[in-house]
Design a protein around this ligand. Structure first.
Ligand SMILES: [Zn+2]
Ligand SMILES: [Zn+2]
Length: 268
């Protein structure tokens, strides 16, 4: 079995009509579990519903650093939402100065709120870091995020940066970008991350891996990401699958391998 450690099922199809088909397609290539990640307070309930309906889906709660327009969540509000037993992680949160340099101060305050809420409920963080390496790692350290750990999702930096995140106790998750021609520094990091800290993801519907590049991404395509990382590390696909699956369920102990927590409502 293989796990997609980070996707946005509700953004693949906001009506959720295609979710069953997307899950079936993932199952066909051995992708038996996925973490569906919240990006706003508005979509958090939808993400939670997906986890309640589908045993193979876990949910997080958090507001993306580039999401603007809603009321700002404070630590108490985030901790209340994150205390839900169906919620396995807090995020995605972090810093993104590629798109959000003009609201860097807001992002930093929001990031600290997420870390504090995660510490309060004792759940791991899902961290988004883009063109904001020093501030992201500094705030993680200042807020003592190493007490709860988590994952640097869609890792797009080099090995020295990966080492700094590993020193904070974080896992490193590679996306389809690792398959792109220009991604040699990322492949170098993917070769070196310790086996027990390694994860793979799609970040679907974004960033489809080679050979699906340009198409809408989906959890089934984590297969190509995993196979690429397996080849880099001289592992068989089965060995890589087993390692990242074990890592995932250790990092997110509330993620369920078994039956749905709630029966699906009739007609869903
Ligand atoms: Zn992200
Ligand atoms: Zn994401």
């Amino acid at each position: 079995m293989l796990v997609d450690s980070h996707c946005h099922l509700d953004l693949i199809d906001p009506s959720l009509e295609r979710v069953a088909a997307v899950l079936a397609q993932a199952a066909q290539v051995g992708v038996g579990h996925m973490l569906c990640v919240s990006v706003s307070l508005a979509n958090a309930p939808v993400v939670r519903t997906l986890a309640a309906r589908h045993a193979q889906v876990s949910a997080s709660v958090g507001v993306h650093p580039n999401h603007l327009g809603d009321d700002e969540p404070d630590v108490d509000a985030l901790a209340r939402l994150a205390a839900d037993p169906l919620i396995v992680a807090v995020g995605e949160t972090g810093l993104d100065y590629h798109y959000g340099a003009d609201h860097a101060a807001l992002q930093q305050t929001r990031f600290r709120s997420h870390i504090r809420a995660a510490r309060e409920v004792g759940k791991p963080l899902i961290v988004h870091m883009r063109e904001a390496t020093d501030d992201t790692l500094r705030i993680l350290a200042e807020e003592r995020a190493q007490d709860i750990g988590g994952v640097m999702h869609c890792f797009t930096e080099d090995w020295p940066t990966a080492q700094r995140a590993l020193e904070l106790g974080f896992h490193i998750s590679f996306s389809g970008i690792v398959t792109f021609k220009s991604a040699e520094p990322i492949r170098d990091a993917a070769r070196r991350v310790p086996a027990e800290r390694l994860l793979v993801e799609t970040d679907a519907p974004y960033l489809a891996p080679v050979p699906h590049r340009g198409k809408q991404n989906q959890p089934a395509y984590v297969r190509q990401v995993a196979d690429c990382v397996a080849a880099l590390r001289d592992l068989t696909p089965a060995e890589l699958d087993a390692q990242v699956t074990e890592n995932f369920f250790k990092l997110f102990p509330l993620a369920r391998r078994g039956e749905p927590a709630c029966a699906p409502p009739a007609g869903s």
